[in-house]
Write a protein that binds this ligand. Structure first.
Ligand SMILES: CC(C)(COP(=O)(O)OP(=O)(O)OC[C@H]1O[C@@H](n2cnc3c(N)ncnc32)[C@H](O)[C@@H]1OP(=O)(O)O)[C@@H](O)C(=O)NCCC(=O)NCCS
Length: 174
């Protein structure tokens, strides 16, 4: 399996496949109510010029993606988590807004490669910290992915997800 990582999409129509991925992984109860909601979020995130999209392709098919950039809505959340953990908060930090891989391509290292690319891209943006929120336990594969790549757990924050579920804030000095 030769997976290619690209910054951005190969074809405009690939954006709909990314939106479908976003919806299928983050739908109700804790996430989107409809594909339209997922589309709105992805378009919103990509509307920020400082945000970056990394896509994992199996030839011409997107099989995973990540969006990262400066935190907007999560800025105060990360700042608070850092403060409670006595960690210096980098005002120029980056956040992994989303990372996801199609189920049939999981556990093959694609998520690791995507996150490595996000780390490298963030370094190039001149930031020294990369934050994310993730679930722990059931459905919490991303927690283990972040831990594997050296992210530290800062604490649990209530009500991070739409249904009020808690999220774990993780950070990596890069
Ligand atoms: C999280 C996700 C992107 C990981 O992608 P992946 O391609 O399977 O990741 P990798 O194969 O590179 O695995 C990396 C590490 O994650 C951990 N991991 C992956 N799947 C796991 C699982 N089901 N249970 C426990 N740990 C798991 C392991 O530590 C693994 O390292 P190892 O293979 O050396 O043991 C993928 O599971 C996913 O898309 N999940 C749904 C979406 C999501 O929850 N995204 C995060 C919120 S933004």
């Amino acid at each position: 399996m030769a997976i290619e990582l690209l910054e951005g999409i190969k074809d405009e129509s690939d954006l709909e496949l990314i939106i479908d991925m976003e919806f299928s992984f983050f739908k109700n109860p804790s996430g989107h109510k409809s594909v339209a909601d997922a589309r709105k979020l992805i378009r919103h995130l990509l509307g920020y010029p400082d945000n970056s999209l990394v896509v994992a392709y199996d030839i011409n098919d997107p099989v995973g993606f990540s969006i990262y950039g400066p935190p907007f809505l999560e800025d105060e959340l990360f700042r608070g988590a850092a403060l409670q953990s006595n960690i210096r908060y980098d005002d120029n930090c980056n956040s992994v807004s989303v990372i996801a891989v199609l189920p049939e391509y999981r556990k093959k290292g694609v998520g690791t490669d995507l996150l490595q690319k996000v780390i490298e891209g963030s370094k190039e943006n001149g930031t020294s910290q990369l934050y994310a929120t993730c679930w722990k336990g059931k459905l919490g594969e991303s927690y283990y992915l972040f831990k594997k790549l050296g992210f530290k757990e800062l604490g649990t924050i209530g009500g991070v997800y739409c249904d009020g579920t808690s999220g774990i804030v993780v950070v990596k000095e890069i």
